[in-house]
Design a protein around this ligand. Sequence first.
Ligand code: ZN
Length: 386
Amino acid sequence: MRIKANLQGDKGGVVSIGLVVDAKDEMGLKWSSWLKSNLEAELQKEFPQFLWQITLIKRHDFPNESPVDPLILLEFGSDLKIEYGFDFVLMITSMPLKSRFSQGASGVPSNMLETAVISLGKILELENKEKIGKAFMALTKHLLGHLWGLDHNQKSVMRPRKFWDGEPPYDWSPEEKQEIIRHLSQVADPRLEEKGDIKSRWRFYLQVLLQEGPSIAKDIFLFRSVLMMFHLSRFIAATVVSVIFLFLSAEAWEMGAAMRTGWLDFFLLAVIIAATLSIYYGQNLQAIGKSDKMKEQAVRSKIVLFGTLLVGMAAFWVNLFVISFVIIKLLPASVLAGWAGLGTKPLPALHFSKLMATFGVLASAVGGNLEEEHDIKALLVFTEET
Ligand SMILES: [Zn+2]
């Protein structure tokens, strides 16, 4: 598909979007066909350098709970994206969405899965069809903007809103359009598996990493990975409790005194990686985007997911380190030196802060697996709730 487009020379390539609706959802179907023709016309006008293919897919296996969990729709959408070979998927429903982190949501995009969920639930309550159409289109463009790498902007359709009421702004700014073109030119390049030189799993992962390294890094850091762990209450509680116990136990101090710096550094690296792996597999995160083995997009999502978790864990360690350091400085040095069996020697505060933070992360990995699986996944997968 894309290769054909590239041979046409002047076109930047095909961008395909799947609109997926529940076959039993009458309102959803009606508005999705409306969206298909209007969105196609609009995108073709705004971005004539691409060939736009928008396909409406009716599915009989839509989850039919209400309110519907956007995480389930996102995972379903990302499987369909791979199955049908779409570049992006919009899951459309007239059911309200269950919201996790905010007060009610009409849309949930996921950059990682290149999929977004749109609920017409509240939009259908607007007074007339014209308003409904405007609100639906603005929300769709806002979500696509996120999937195409845009951030929020008060002056364009990327303005964050509490409620999608059909009021302007309706358009992307000229700068945002440039950014979209840059982003989509990469998407429209042939994917690795289309070039057909897949040798082994590890080589494929390495190829994706080499080819997309900078953009993967950008995704990981844009993705509030640094703040991630602080949304998980049980995770934090487990960590705080264990760090307090550590501070009160003489063994921890004796162990710290006995451990050499080189060993401690090795130990802390191993703990951060082990804790990340334990949450990644413990929470079944490797199953995201599961319906394939070697597709570039799926491999990319997995690298971003693992990287986000790793950076989140490292940032969490840094925080624990700073907190431990402050506590050590606040406590009387002679008492701590006594606990550590150092006698009258000065207490190496940095060394002990490292040790406490490392034990904290170790404890948190256990706590992280107590956390509701869906909350960790949602935190990693949702770009926002709007
Ligand atoms: Zn937004």
